[in-house]
Design a protein. Structure first.
Length: 258
């Protein structure tokens, strides 16, 4: 009888410990196909649904997070307190976000709205200031024809580089007027945009045409658009391409004659 009582006590204690552990650990993770579970090492911050990108604000005190599903918009998270300090709804918020070099403006892509949203940034908070329309035409089902995705800003702050995911172009947008100064053709579904310190602009594409410089046909690649650091990008007859594949998780710079 004493042994049975001890077993019951041990089982009850184990159940309490498991319950306490579950309360301390976030419960939003799901097992991997292998059966293992990945849990965050640091603190978890409750955000809107489908956080798809984040950028560190000037001063390194807060980050701006883009959510692109039910609660579409941006959220500002204080890095010291790990708390959301501001939530702004933005229809069709989609991946792209970048700060102006002077830290006074934040540019956020608007996906299906075909717009680039311009926020004034001050004291760690954003205020909607303007909307730059990249395309007015819509498809028969109402889908955007530009679908701005990745965003980068020229070092002098005068131009914004926007990947038009559906339009298959990189749009060079005048930051003061919102006018499109130039459109450059890309591979299918351009997505990410990164401006290198040497002035080269990298644009990724979800679906790339086969490259003669690659032994296999990659599912995605980065195209290097060689240009000045200040403004519109010239298109030379020769340029370099950085080819990346999802299988190798590597990028290789290859010369191109196109």
């Amino acid at each position: 009888m004493h042994l049975l009582h001890s077993c019951r006590f041990a089982v009850s204690l184990f159940a309490l410990l498991v319950a306490a552990y579950a309360q301390d650990k976030p419960g939003f993770t799901s097992p991997l196909p292998t059966g293992l579970r990945l849990d965050p090492v640091g603190d978890a911050v409750e955000l809107g649904s489908l956080p798809i990108n984040l950028v560190v604000a000037p001063g390194d005190k807060v980050v701006v997070v883009l959510s692109g599903w039910r609660e579409q918009g941006i959220q500002v998270v204080d890095l010291k307190t790990a708390r959301v300090t501001q939530t702004l709804l933005q229809n069709a918020a989609f991946y792209g976000a970048a700060f102006a070099p002077d830290g006074q403006h934040l540019y956020v892509s608007g996906g299906n709205t075909d717009m680039l949203f311009v926020y004034a940034w001050k004291d760690g908070a954003a205020t909607l200031e303007n909307k730059f329309v990249l395309a007015k035409a819509k498809t028969a089902d109402g889908t955007g024809t530009s679908y701005p995705a990745g965003v980068a800003v020229a070092p002098n702050g005068k131009f914004i580089y926007v990947a038009e995911d559906v339009g298959d172009h990189l749009a060079v947008v005048n930051a003061a007027t919102g006018e499109i100064a130039q459109r450059i053709a890309t591979d299918h579904y351009p997505y990410g945009v990164t401006l290198a310190p040497d002035g080269r602009l990298f644009v990724s594409a979800w679906v790339a045409r086969p490259s003669r410089s690659s032994a296999s046909s990659p599912t995605a690649r980065w195209r290097t658009l060689v240009g000045s650091k200040s403004a519109v990008i010239p298109q030379p007859s020769r340029r370099r391409e950085a080819i990346s594949t999802s299988h190798s998780r590597a990028a290789t710079a290859l010369p191109s004659s196109t």
